[in-house]
Design a binder for this molecule. Sequence first.
Ligand SMILES: Nc1ncnc2c1ncn2[C@@H]1O[C@H](COP(=O)(O)OP(=O)(O)OP(=O)(O)O)[C@@H](O)[C@H]1O
Length: 494
Amino acid sequence: MIVEILKIKALDLMNVAKILHQIFMVMPHYCLSSGLRDMHVVYDTLQLCQRATEMCTNIIEGMPFLPNGTIASTCDIAVCFQFPECCDKQGYFSWTSPGIGQQVLYSCLVGILCFAILFSIEYGIFSTICNAFPRRCKKEHSYTPANMIEDADVCEEKRAVTHNVSTGNICNYNLAMHQLSKKYKEMVVVDGISLGIHRYECFGLLGVNGAGKTTIFKMMTGDVKMTSGDVWVHGWSIRTHPKEVYQLIGYCPQFDALLDDLTCRETLTVFGLLRGVRIGQCKHLAKHLAKEFDFHKHLDKKVKELSGGNKRKLSTALALVGNPLVLFLDEPTAGVDPATKRHLWNVLCKIRDGGKTIVLTSHSMEECEALCTRMAIMVNGTIKCLGSTQHLKSKFSDGYTLTLKVKRFDNEESQQAAIDEIENFIKDSFRETILRERHQELLTFYITDKSRPWSKMFGIMEHARTVFDIEDYALGQCTLEQVFLTFARQQREK
Ligand SMILES: Nc1ncnc2c1ncn2[C@@H]1O[C@H](COP(=O)(O)OP(=O)(O)OP(=O)(O)O)[C@@H](O)[C@H]1O
Protein backbone atom coordinates (compact mmCIF):
# COMPACT_ATOMS: atom_id res chain seq x y z
CA MET A 1 0.00 0.00 0.00
CA ILE A 2 2.71 2.47 1.07
CA VAL A 3 4.81 1.50 -1.95
CA GLU A 4 1.83 2.17 -4.20
CA ILE A 5 1.26 5.61 -2.65
CA LEU A 6 4.95 6.45 -2.98
CA LYS A 7 4.86 5.36 -6.62
CA ILE A 8 1.88 7.64 -7.32
CA LYS A 9 3.61 10.51 -5.50
CA ALA A 10 6.80 9.95 -7.48
CA LEU A 11 4.78 9.99 -10.71
CA ASP A 12 3.12 13.28 -9.69
CA LEU A 13 6.48 14.79 -8.88
CA MET A 14 7.83 13.71 -12.25
CA ASN A 15 4.91 15.40 -13.98
CA VAL A 16 5.54 18.59 -12.02
CA ALA A 17 9.23 18.40 -12.94
CA LYS A 18 8.33 18.02 -16.62
CA ILE A 19 6.04 21.06 -16.52
CA LEU A 20 8.67 23.13 -14.71
CA HIS A 21 11.27 22.00 -17.23
CA GLN A 22 9.10 23.31 -20.10
CA ILE A 23 8.51 26.63 -18.29
CA PHE A 24 12.16 27.17 -17.41
CA MET A 25 13.22 26.42 -20.98
CA VAL A 26 12.39 30.04 -21.91
CA MET A 27 15.29 31.12 -19.72
CA PRO A 28 18.49 31.02 -21.77
CA HIS A 29 20.65 30.08 -18.75
CA TYR A 30 18.49 27.10 -17.87
CA CYS A 31 18.25 26.11 -21.52
CA LEU A 32 22.04 26.18 -21.92
CA SER A 33 22.79 24.23 -18.74
CA SER A 34 20.14 21.56 -19.36
CA GLY A 35 21.38 21.26 -22.98
CA LEU A 36 24.97 20.71 -21.81
CA ARG A 37 23.83 18.12 -19.28
CA ASP A 38 21.75 16.27 -21.90
CA MET A 39 24.62 16.29 -24.40
CA HIS A 40 26.80 14.69 -21.75
CA VAL A 41 24.13 12.00 -21.10
CA VAL A 42 23.85 11.23 -24.85
CA TYR A 43 27.65 11.04 -25.12
CA ASP A 44 27.90 8.62 -22.16
CA THR A 45 25.05 6.45 -23.51
CA LEU A 46 26.64 6.21 -26.96
CA GLN A 47 30.00 5.29 -25.41
CA LEU A 48 28.37 2.62 -23.23
CA CYS A 49 26.46 1.09 -26.13
CA GLN A 50 29.56 1.07 -28.35
CA ARG A 51 31.68 -0.62 -25.67
CA ALA A 52 28.95 -3.21 -24.95
CA THR A 53 28.61 -4.00 -28.66
CA GLU A 54 32.40 -4.41 -29.01
CA MET A 55 32.51 -6.76 -26.01
CA CYS A 56 29.60 -8.82 -27.38
CA THR A 57 31.27 -9.06 -30.80
CA ASN A 58 34.54 -10.27 -29.21
CA ILE A 59 32.68 -12.94 -27.23
CA ILE A 60 30.54 -14.44 -29.99
CA GLU A 61 33.00 -14.03 -32.88
CA GLY A 62 34.60 -17.42 -32.13
CA MET A 63 31.31 -19.35 -31.97
CA PRO A 64 31.25 -21.70 -35.02
CA PHE A 65 27.48 -22.26 -35.14
CA LEU A 66 26.80 -18.53 -35.80
CA PRO A 67 27.08 -17.35 -39.39
CA ASN A 68 29.27 -14.19 -39.77
CA GLY A 69 26.40 -12.06 -41.14
CA THR A 70 24.27 -12.44 -38.03
CA ILE A 71 26.92 -11.40 -35.43
CA ALA A 72 26.09 -7.71 -35.65
CA SER A 73 22.33 -8.14 -35.38
CA THR A 74 22.72 -10.70 -32.55
CA CYS A 75 24.88 -8.21 -30.57
CA ASP A 76 22.42 -5.40 -31.20
CA ILE A 77 19.63 -7.52 -29.72
CA ALA A 78 21.80 -8.58 -26.75
CA VAL A 79 22.95 -5.04 -25.94
CA CYS A 80 19.43 -3.68 -26.36
CA PHE A 81 18.15 -6.36 -23.99
CA GLN A 82 20.83 -5.53 -21.39
CA PHE A 83 20.74 -1.72 -21.80
CA PRO A 84 17.29 -0.55 -23.01
CA GLU A 85 18.56 3.05 -23.65
CA CYS A 86 20.75 1.59 -26.44
CA CYS A 87 17.64 0.46 -28.37
CA ASP A 88 16.57 4.02 -29.34
CA LYS A 89 19.89 4.91 -30.97
CA GLN A 90 19.26 8.60 -30.18
CA GLY A 91 21.48 11.31 -31.65
CA TYR A 92 22.50 14.55 -29.97
CA PHE A 93 19.76 16.60 -31.66
CA SER A 94 16.82 14.23 -31.15
CA TRP A 95 13.59 15.82 -29.94
CA THR A 96 13.02 13.55 -26.92
CA SER A 97 15.22 13.68 -23.84
CA PRO A 98 18.19 13.35 -23.58
CA GLY A 99 18.52 14.87 -27.05
CA ILE A 100 18.90 18.66 -27.19
CA GLY A 101 16.41 19.34 -30.03
CA GLN A 102 14.01 21.15 -27.67
CA GLN A 103 16.75 23.30 -26.16
CA VAL A 104 17.96 24.35 -29.62
CA LEU A 105 14.43 25.27 -30.70
CA TYR A 106 13.66 27.20 -27.48
CA SER A 107 16.97 29.13 -27.71
CA CYS A 108 16.26 30.14 -31.31
CA LEU A 109 12.69 31.22 -30.53
CA VAL A 110 13.65 33.19 -27.41
CA GLY A 111 16.54 34.83 -29.28
CA ILE A 112 14.28 35.88 -32.17
CA LEU A 113 11.61 37.15 -29.75
CA CYS A 114 14.11 39.21 -27.71
CA PHE A 115 15.60 40.72 -30.89
CA ALA A 116 12.11 41.58 -32.11
CA ILE A 117 11.32 43.34 -28.80
CA LEU A 118 14.66 45.18 -28.91
CA PHE A 119 14.09 46.39 -32.48
CA SER A 120 10.52 47.43 -31.63
CA ILE A 121 11.78 49.57 -28.75
CA GLU A 122 14.69 50.98 -30.79
CA TYR A 123 12.52 51.94 -33.74
CA GLY A 124 9.62 53.15 -31.56
CA ILE A 125 7.15 50.59 -32.91
CA PHE A 126 5.42 50.35 -29.52
CA SER A 127 5.01 54.14 -29.28
CA THR A 128 3.74 54.24 -32.89
CA ILE A 129 1.12 51.62 -32.00
CA CYS A 130 0.36 53.53 -28.81
CA ASN A 131 -0.08 56.77 -30.77
CA ALA A 132 -2.43 54.98 -33.16
CA PHE A 133 -4.74 54.23 -30.24
CA PRO A 134 -4.42 57.44 -28.21
CA ARG A 135 -7.41 56.91 -25.97
CA ARG A 136 -6.28 53.55 -24.69
CA CYS A 137 -2.69 54.61 -24.22
CA LYS A 138 -3.63 57.83 -22.51
CA LYS A 139 -5.17 55.82 -19.73
CA GLU A 140 -1.68 54.68 -18.87
CA HIS A 141 0.28 57.82 -19.63
CA SER A 142 -1.84 60.92 -19.44
CA TYR A 143 -1.09 63.18 -16.61
CA THR A 144 -3.08 66.33 -15.89
CA PRO A 145 -0.93 69.12 -14.52
CA ALA A 146 -1.88 70.61 -11.22
CA ASN A 147 -4.19 73.45 -12.08
CA MET A 148 -2.90 76.57 -10.47
CA ILE A 149 -3.36 80.18 -11.48
CA GLU A 150 -0.98 80.60 -14.37
CA ASP A 151 0.81 83.68 -15.54
CA ALA A 152 -0.83 85.30 -18.61
CA ASP A 153 2.33 84.94 -20.74
CA VAL A 154 2.62 81.25 -19.86
CA CYS A 155 -1.06 80.73 -20.76
CA GLU A 156 -0.62 82.60 -24.05
CA GLU A 157 2.42 80.47 -24.95
CA LYS A 158 0.46 77.31 -24.13
CA ARG A 159 -2.48 78.46 -26.22
CA ALA A 160 -0.24 79.30 -29.21
CA VAL A 161 1.54 75.93 -29.09
CA THR A 162 -1.75 74.03 -28.70
CA HIS A 163 -3.20 75.94 -31.65
CA ASN A 164 -0.19 75.12 -33.84
CA VAL A 165 -0.29 71.47 -32.79
CA SER A 166 -3.99 71.15 -33.61
CA THR A 167 -3.69 72.96 -36.95
CA GLY A 168 -0.58 70.99 -37.96
CA ASN A 169 1.60 74.12 -38.04
CA ILE A 170 4.19 72.82 -35.62
CA CYS A 171 6.87 73.49 -38.28
CA ASN A 172 6.48 77.18 -37.35
CA TYR A 173 8.83 76.40 -34.49
CA ASN A 174 12.32 75.00 -34.56
CA LEU A 175 11.57 73.38 -31.21
CA ALA A 176 8.15 72.86 -29.63
CA MET A 177 7.02 71.09 -26.47
CA HIS A 178 3.39 70.38 -25.76
CA GLN A 179 2.11 69.36 -22.33
CA LEU A 180 5.47 67.78 -21.56
CA SER A 181 5.38 65.97 -18.23
CA LYS A 182 7.59 63.60 -16.29
CA LYS A 183 6.72 61.65 -13.20
CA TYR A 184 9.19 59.61 -11.15
CA LYS A 185 6.93 57.23 -9.25
CA GLU A 186 4.52 59.64 -7.55
CA MET A 187 6.77 62.71 -7.83
CA VAL A 188 5.94 65.11 -10.66
CA VAL A 189 9.20 66.74 -11.74
CA VAL A 190 8.02 68.29 -15.02
CA ASP A 191 4.43 69.40 -15.05
CA GLY A 192 2.73 70.03 -18.42
CA ILE A 193 5.28 72.35 -20.04
CA SER A 194 4.32 73.95 -23.38
CA LEU A 195 6.88 76.04 -25.21
CA GLY A 196 7.53 77.08 -28.79
CA ILE A 197 11.02 78.29 -29.72
CA HIS A 198 11.93 79.77 -33.10
CA ARG A 199 15.11 80.16 -35.13
CA TYR A 200 17.53 82.87 -34.00
CA GLU A 201 16.32 82.34 -30.42
CA CYS A 202 18.32 81.57 -27.34
CA PHE A 203 15.92 80.40 -24.67
CA GLY A 204 17.01 80.33 -21.03
CA LEU A 205 15.55 77.86 -18.54
CA LEU A 206 16.08 79.22 -15.04
CA GLY A 207 15.10 77.62 -11.79
CA VAL A 208 16.47 76.52 -8.45
CA ASN A 209 18.15 73.13 -8.02
CA GLY A 210 15.61 70.39 -8.63
CA ALA A 211 13.15 72.56 -10.59
CA GLY A 212 13.22 70.05 -13.48
CA LYS A 213 15.45 71.77 -16.09
CA THR A 214 17.83 68.85 -16.68
CA THR A 215 14.88 66.43 -16.80
CA ILE A 216 13.42 68.45 -19.71
CA PHE A 217 16.75 68.17 -21.54
CA LYS A 218 16.95 64.46 -20.80
CA MET A 219 13.47 63.90 -22.25
CA MET A 220 14.37 65.84 -25.38
CA THR A 221 17.56 63.88 -25.90
CA GLY A 222 15.91 60.53 -25.24
CA ASP A 223 17.82 59.89 -22.01
CA VAL A 224 14.57 59.46 -20.10
CA LYS A 225 11.08 58.68 -21.37
CA MET A 226 8.42 61.36 -21.10
CA THR A 227 5.32 60.48 -19.08
CA SER A 228 3.05 62.48 -21.37
CA GLY A 229 3.17 65.21 -23.99
CA ASP A 230 5.37 65.47 -27.05
CA VAL A 231 8.36 67.36 -28.44
CA TRP A 232 8.88 68.40 -32.06
CA VAL A 233 12.15 69.47 -33.62
CA HIS A 234 11.74 71.11 -37.02
CA GLY A 235 8.34 69.41 -37.29
CA TRP A 236 9.56 65.90 -36.39
CA SER A 237 7.94 64.35 -33.35
CA ILE A 238 10.34 62.71 -30.91
CA ARG A 239 7.73 60.02 -30.21
CA THR A 240 7.30 58.90 -33.81
CA HIS A 241 10.56 60.03 -35.48
CA PRO A 242 13.26 59.87 -32.79
CA LYS A 243 16.03 59.17 -35.33
CA GLU A 244 15.30 62.33 -37.33
CA VAL A 245 15.11 64.38 -34.12
CA TYR A 246 18.45 63.09 -32.79
CA GLN A 247 20.12 64.09 -36.06
CA LEU A 248 18.95 67.66 -35.56
CA ILE A 249 19.99 68.22 -31.95
CA GLY A 250 23.27 68.76 -30.11
CA TYR A 251 23.57 68.32 -26.36
CA CYS A 252 26.05 69.52 -23.78
CA PRO A 253 25.17 67.63 -20.58
CA GLN A 254 25.43 69.10 -17.09
CA PHE A 255 28.29 66.74 -16.22
CA ASP A 256 30.99 66.20 -18.84
CA ALA A 257 30.45 62.89 -20.63
CA LEU A 258 34.02 62.54 -21.96
CA LEU A 259 36.43 59.65 -22.38
CA ASP A 260 39.43 60.30 -20.12
CA ASP A 261 42.08 58.59 -22.25
CA LEU A 262 41.29 60.28 -25.56
CA THR A 263 42.85 63.60 -26.55
CA CYS A 264 40.59 66.55 -27.40
CA ARG A 265 41.37 66.04 -31.09
CA GLU A 266 40.48 62.33 -30.89
CA THR A 267 37.29 63.10 -28.95
CA LEU A 268 36.13 65.62 -31.56
CA THR A 269 37.03 63.18 -34.36
CA VAL A 270 35.16 60.26 -32.73
CA PHE A 271 32.05 62.38 -32.17
CA GLY A 272 32.36 63.74 -35.72
CA LEU A 273 32.44 60.24 -37.16
CA LEU A 274 29.50 59.20 -34.98
CA ARG A 275 27.53 62.15 -36.33
CA GLY A 276 28.33 61.31 -39.94
CA VAL A 277 31.12 63.81 -40.64
CA ARG A 278 33.59 62.51 -43.26
CA ILE A 279 36.96 61.48 -41.86
CA GLY A 280 38.74 64.07 -44.02
CA GLN A 281 36.59 66.87 -42.63
CA CYS A 282 36.96 65.75 -38.98
CA LYS A 283 40.54 67.09 -38.84
CA HIS A 284 39.43 70.53 -39.96
CA LEU A 285 36.36 70.41 -37.68
CA ALA A 286 38.49 69.60 -34.60
CA LYS A 287 40.81 72.54 -35.31
CA HIS A 288 37.96 74.93 -36.06
CA LEU A 289 35.96 74.09 -32.92
CA ALA A 290 39.06 74.15 -30.69
CA LYS A 291 39.91 77.63 -31.99
CA GLU A 292 36.33 78.84 -31.70
CA PHE A 293 36.03 77.62 -28.09
CA ASP A 294 39.56 78.65 -27.16
CA PHE A 295 41.17 75.31 -26.26
CA HIS A 296 43.39 74.87 -29.33
CA LYS A 297 46.48 74.89 -27.06
CA HIS A 298 45.16 71.75 -25.39
CA LEU A 299 43.99 69.98 -28.55
CA ASP A 300 46.49 67.14 -28.14
CA LYS A 301 46.14 66.78 -24.38
CA LYS A 302 44.27 63.83 -22.93
CA VAL A 303 40.86 64.69 -21.47
CA LYS A 304 41.98 63.57 -17.99
CA GLU A 305 44.78 66.17 -18.12
CA LEU A 306 42.37 69.06 -18.84
CA SER A 307 41.16 71.56 -16.24
CA GLY A 308 37.44 71.59 -15.37
CA GLY A 309 36.83 74.76 -17.41
CA ASN A 310 38.52 73.34 -20.52
CA LYS A 311 36.48 70.14 -20.19
CA ARG A 312 33.34 72.32 -20.21
CA LYS A 313 34.57 74.07 -23.36
CA LEU A 314 35.17 70.71 -25.04
CA SER A 315 31.70 69.46 -23.99
CA THR A 316 30.08 72.60 -25.41
CA ALA A 317 32.08 72.25 -28.64
CA LEU A 318 30.92 68.61 -28.94
CA ALA A 319 27.30 69.78 -28.94
CA LEU A 320 28.08 71.62 -32.19
CA VAL A 321 29.55 68.62 -34.01
CA GLY A 322 27.37 67.63 -36.96
CA ASN A 323 25.95 71.14 -37.36
CA PRO A 324 22.72 70.54 -35.40
CA LEU A 325 19.74 72.85 -35.70
CA VAL A 326 18.88 72.93 -32.01
CA LEU A 327 21.41 73.05 -29.17
CA PHE A 328 20.68 72.02 -25.62
CA LEU A 329 23.30 73.42 -23.26
CA ASP A 330 23.04 72.45 -19.61
CA GLU A 331 25.06 74.98 -17.62
CA PRO A 332 27.71 75.31 -20.36
CA THR A 333 29.87 77.85 -18.54
CA ALA A 334 29.85 76.31 -15.05
CA GLY A 335 33.44 76.46 -13.78
CA VAL A 336 34.71 78.60 -16.66
CA ASP A 337 36.75 81.74 -15.80
CA PRO A 338 35.10 85.14 -16.41
CA ALA A 339 37.25 86.08 -19.43
CA THR A 340 36.65 82.75 -21.21
CA LYS A 341 33.00 82.94 -20.22
CA ARG A 342 32.66 86.18 -22.17
CA HIS A 343 34.46 84.61 -25.11
CA LEU A 344 32.02 81.67 -24.99
CA TRP A 345 29.07 84.05 -24.84
CA ASN A 346 30.30 85.72 -28.03
CA VAL A 347 30.60 82.33 -29.73
CA LEU A 348 27.10 81.31 -28.61
CA CYS A 349 25.65 84.65 -29.77
CA LYS A 350 27.27 84.07 -33.17
CA ILE A 351 25.74 80.58 -33.34
CA ARG A 352 22.32 81.93 -32.35
CA ASP A 353 22.54 84.71 -34.95
CA GLY A 354 23.50 82.10 -37.54
CA GLY A 355 19.90 80.79 -37.39
CA LYS A 356 20.16 78.06 -34.78
CA THR A 357 18.02 77.60 -31.71
CA ILE A 358 19.75 77.41 -28.34
CA VAL A 359 18.13 76.25 -25.14
CA LEU A 360 20.33 76.72 -22.11
CA THR A 361 20.13 76.42 -18.38
CA SER A 362 22.28 78.53 -16.13
CA HIS A 363 22.40 79.77 -12.59
CA SER A 364 24.09 82.98 -13.75
CA MET A 365 21.55 85.75 -14.32
CA GLU A 366 24.32 87.73 -16.01
CA GLU A 367 24.74 84.95 -18.55
CA CYS A 368 21.01 84.75 -19.23
CA GLU A 369 20.83 88.51 -19.70
CA ALA A 370 23.79 88.39 -22.09
CA LEU A 371 22.60 85.45 -24.20
CA CYS A 372 18.88 84.83 -23.95
CA THR A 373 16.30 86.43 -26.16
CA ARG A 374 13.60 84.90 -23.95
CA MET A 375 13.66 82.96 -20.72
CA ALA A 376 11.40 81.10 -18.34
CA ILE A 377 11.66 80.65 -14.60
CA MET A 378 10.72 77.16 -13.46
CA VAL A 379 9.41 76.22 -10.03
CA ASN A 380 8.49 72.66 -9.06
CA GLY A 381 8.43 71.53 -12.70
CA THR A 382 6.16 74.33 -13.96
CA ILE A 383 6.91 77.57 -15.77
CA LYS A 384 6.06 80.51 -13.55
CA CYS A 385 6.93 83.34 -15.91
CA LEU A 386 8.16 83.77 -19.43
CA GLY A 387 9.50 86.55 -21.63
CA SER A 388 12.50 88.75 -22.34
CA THR A 389 14.69 90.00 -19.47
CA GLN A 390 13.21 93.48 -19.63
CA HIS A 391 9.68 92.10 -19.76
CA LEU A 392 10.24 90.00 -16.64
CA LYS A 393 11.92 92.86 -14.82
CA SER A 394 9.14 95.30 -15.55
CA LYS A 395 6.39 92.80 -14.91
CA PHE A 396 7.61 91.27 -11.67
CA SER A 397 9.91 93.89 -10.23
CA ASP A 398 8.56 97.22 -11.31
CA GLY A 399 10.36 99.48 -8.84
CA TYR A 400 13.69 100.09 -7.19
CA THR A 401 15.94 98.17 -4.87
CA LEU A 402 17.72 99.77 -1.97
CA THR A 403 20.47 97.76 -0.35
CA LEU A 404 22.18 99.20 2.71
CA LYS A 405 24.78 98.08 5.20
CA VAL A 406 24.34 99.14 8.82
CA LYS A 407 27.47 99.84 10.92
CA ARG A 408 28.50 96.95 13.16
CA PHE A 409 28.01 97.20 16.94
CA ASP A 410 29.54 94.94 19.58
CA ASN A 411 26.36 95.07 21.58
CA GLU A 412 23.43 93.07 20.19
CA GLU A 413 20.81 95.46 21.56
CA SER A 414 22.46 98.58 20.10
CA GLN A 415 22.74 96.81 16.76
CA GLN A 416 19.04 95.94 16.74
CA ALA A 417 18.11 99.49 17.77
CA ALA A 418 20.18 100.98 14.89
CA ILE A 419 18.56 98.61 12.39
CA ASP A 420 15.03 99.38 13.65
CA GLU A 421 15.72 103.11 13.47
CA ILE A 422 16.95 102.91 9.87
CA GLU A 423 14.08 100.62 8.84
CA ASN A 424 11.52 103.07 10.26
CA PHE A 425 13.21 105.98 8.52
CA ILE A 426 13.21 104.25 5.12
CA LYS A 427 9.58 103.20 5.46
CA ASP A 428 8.59 106.77 6.42
CA SER A 429 10.65 108.43 3.67
CA PHE A 430 9.66 106.20 0.75
CA ARG A 431 6.08 105.22 0.15
CA GLU A 432 5.20 101.57 -0.52
CA THR A 433 8.42 100.10 0.78
CA ILE A 434 8.93 96.45 1.74
CA LEU A 435 11.88 95.02 3.65
CA ARG A 436 12.59 92.09 1.35
CA GLU A 437 15.67 90.53 2.91
CA ARG A 438 17.85 90.86 5.96
CA HIS A 439 21.22 89.15 6.35
CA GLN A 440 22.88 90.32 9.58
CA GLU A 441 23.61 94.04 8.95
CA LEU A 442 22.66 93.96 5.26
CA LEU A 443 19.11 95.15 4.53
CA THR A 444 17.36 95.01 1.13
CA PHE A 445 14.26 97.13 0.55
CA TYR A 446 11.94 97.01 -2.44
CA ILE A 447 10.48 100.43 -3.31
CA THR A 448 7.44 100.26 -5.59
CA ASP A 449 6.72 104.00 -5.64
CA LYS A 450 8.26 105.27 -8.86
CA SER A 451 6.94 108.83 -8.62
CA ARG A 452 10.09 110.27 -7.01
CA PRO A 453 12.99 111.25 -9.25
CA TRP A 454 16.39 109.62 -8.71
CA SER A 455 17.88 112.93 -7.47
CA LYS A 456 15.35 113.15 -4.66
CA MET A 457 15.87 109.54 -3.61
CA PHE A 458 19.66 109.93 -3.53
CA GLY A 459 19.19 113.19 -1.58
CA ILE A 460 17.18 111.35 1.10
CA MET A 461 19.78 108.61 1.33
CA GLU A 462 22.74 111.01 1.54
CA HIS A 463 20.97 112.77 4.40
CA ALA A 464 20.25 109.45 6.12
CA ARG A 465 23.93 108.52 5.89
CA THR A 466 24.89 111.55 7.94
CA VAL A 467 22.18 111.02 10.56
CA PHE A 468 22.05 107.21 10.97
CA ASP A 469 24.63 104.46 11.35
CA ILE A 470 24.72 103.55 7.65
CA GLU A 471 28.06 102.29 6.36
CA ASP A 472 27.15 102.02 2.68
CA TYR A 473 24.12 101.87 0.39
CA ALA A 474 23.17 101.10 -3.23
CA LEU A 475 20.05 102.27 -4.99
CA GLY A 476 19.08 100.93 -8.41
CA GLN A 477 16.56 99.29 -10.69
CA CYS A 478 15.44 95.78 -9.79
CA THR A 479 17.61 93.03 -11.21
CA LEU A 480 16.72 89.73 -12.84
CA GLU A 481 18.17 88.02 -9.78
CA GLN A 482 15.48 89.65 -7.64
CA VAL A 483 12.77 88.40 -9.99
CA PHE A 484 14.34 84.94 -9.74
CA LEU A 485 14.45 85.08 -5.94
CA THR A 486 10.75 85.97 -5.81
CA PHE A 487 9.91 82.73 -7.55
CA ALA A 488 12.64 80.67 -5.90
CA ARG A 489 10.89 81.20 -2.56
CA GLN A 490 7.82 79.41 -3.91
CA GLN A 491 9.88 76.26 -4.47
CA ARG A 492 10.93 76.21 -0.86
CA GLU A 493 7.36 76.78 0.33
CA LYS A 494 5.94 73.77 -1.54
N1 LIG B 1 16.19 59.18 -11.94
C1 LIG B 1 15.48 59.88 -11.06
N2 LIG B 1 14.65 59.27 -10.19
C2 LIG B 1 13.91 59.98 -9.31
N3 LIG B 1 13.94 61.32 -9.22
C3 LIG B 1 14.75 61.99 -10.05
C4 LIG B 1 15.57 61.32 -11.01
N4 LIG B 1 16.27 62.24 -11.71
C5 LIG B 1 15.92 63.45 -11.20
N5 LIG B 1 15.01 63.29 -10.21
C6 LIG B 1 14.38 64.36 -9.42
O1 LIG B 1 13.76 65.24 -10.34
C7 LIG B 1 13.83 66.57 -9.86
C8 LIG B 1 14.36 67.47 -10.95
O2 LIG B 1 15.72 67.15 -11.20
P1 LIG B 1 16.57 67.93 -12.31
O3 LIG B 1 17.91 67.30 -12.37
O4 LIG B 1 15.78 68.01 -13.56
O5 LIG B 1 16.67 69.39 -11.65
P2 LIG B 1 17.42 70.67 -12.21
O6 LIG B 1 16.41 71.74 -12.29
O7 LIG B 1 18.17 70.36 -13.45
O8 LIG B 1 18.44 70.95 -11.00
P3 LIG B 1 19.94 71.53 -11.06
O9 LIG B 1 19.81 73.00 -11.21
O10 LIG B 1 20.47 71.14 -9.72
O11 LIG B 1 20.65 70.86 -12.18
C9 LIG B 1 14.70 66.54 -8.61
O12 LIG B 1 13.87 66.63 -7.49
C10 LIG B 1 15.39 65.20 -8.67
O13 LIG B 1 15.59 64.70 -7.38
